[in-house]
Design a protein around this ligand. Structure first.
Ligand SMILES: [Zn+2]
Length: 323
């Protein structure tokens, strides 16, 4: 299965772009615009793989599916739905790897933390329970909450937790808040499953509560609805994935690409999360191979080198023939 996604992130303020985000301007042999690198360029390469092979008169030894999925950027409804219905031996995720072979990434999920106290007029704080003090203790503890690298996948680096968004239930500066909320962005290794990390966060939260405050930490339930009306509800998250460089699929892919592209083909790990976890959860072995540089995705500098697209098209065709 060749797998790319059709959705993309918002373009933001068009004025901040060097070229209009949806004009497809070609400059210095690169196509500029939102979605070029993430992931329409790779989608085009995967789509034309079949056409290239047909034109070359090559018969495929196995069934090959080219899928363009929806809602990858918001949790992967498309791939999650697909993986329950279409089972292939292998999948090639076309996210940008500048045509190296990507063998894994950490997962991503959120934990929402709420601390509840007792709101009072700010002139008599001693009569309330200010949840901000407990949140402060929790935040300081979070800075020291560390995880060991996954022994099976040490190159992924350890699980990390980054507090990102904070809010309280008040908009007036002269009121002790009754509740404050914090969102944690968590990047996890395969060893640190979501329940494992959530339990660590909950233990820290329990230790951080002061003055009778009450704390709650949970992975939020989200519902995604596609344009067809299909829905997915749950703790929608990107699972980690990782295969060892000596895995037979990885070794075969490296040797196929090396002989076809006539150059060294390095392996790497992606820093960002993809739909891979939805596929590996169903027993599909995943590797990553796609044109473009990950540094430019989701930015106003998004662009894709045309020569990498040509090379990716050839590499895809070789993988389709030889895997
Ligand atoms: Zn993407």
């Amino acid at each position: 299965m060749f797998n790319t996604h059709m959705d993309h992130v918002d373009e933001g303020d068009p004025e901040r772009w060097p070229y209009p985000p949806y004009l497809g301007v070609v400059h210095n042999d690169e196509i500029w615009g939102r979605g070029t690198c993430d992931l329409k360029g790779s989608l085009a390469c995967q789509t034309y793989t079949g056409a290239l092979l047909k034109r070359a008169g090559q018969l495929l030894p196995n069934d090959v599916y080219v899928v363009g999925v929806v809602q990858e950027e918001v949790g992967g409804l498309g791939s999650a739905h697909l993986a329950g219905r279409l089972r292939t031996d292998y999948a090639i995720i076309g996210e940008p790897s500048h045509n190296t072979l990507a063998l894994g990434h950490r997962g991503r999920f959120e934990v929402h933390v709420t601390i509840t106290g007792k709101s009072v007029h700010a002139s008599i704080p001693q009569l309330g329970i200010n949840p901000l003090y407990s949140m402060a203790a929790f935040l300081l503890g979070l800075r020291d909450l560390t995880f060991e690298p996954d022994p099976q996948h040490p190159d992924l680096g350890p699980t990390t937790i980054a507090p990102s968004l904070f809010s309280s239930d008040q908009s007036s500066p002269n009121v002790v808040p009754g509740e404050c909320r914090l969102i944690l962005d968590i990047r996890n290794t395969p060893a640190d499953t979501r329940p494992v990390v959530l339990e660590r966060v909950r233990q820290l939260l329990a230790r951080s509560l002061l003055d009778g405050a009450i704390g709650n930490a949970e992975i939020p339930t989200t519902t995604l609805t596609s344009y067809t009306g299909a829905t997915l509800t749950g703790d929608i998250a990107s699972d980690p994935f990782g295969i060892a460089p000596d895995n037979p699929l990885a070794q075969a892919a490296v040797s196929i690409l090396r002989s076809t592209l006539r150059r060294e083909v390095l392996t790497q790990l992606w820093r960002f999360a993809t739909d891979a976890g939805h596929l590996t959860a169903r027993g599909i072995e995943v590797i990553g191979f796609g044109p473009g540089h990950e540094e430019v995705i989701h930015t106003v500098e998004e662009r894709i080198p045309i020569d990498q697209m040509v090379e990716a098209l050839v590499g895809n065709a070789a993988l389709a023939l030889a895997l």
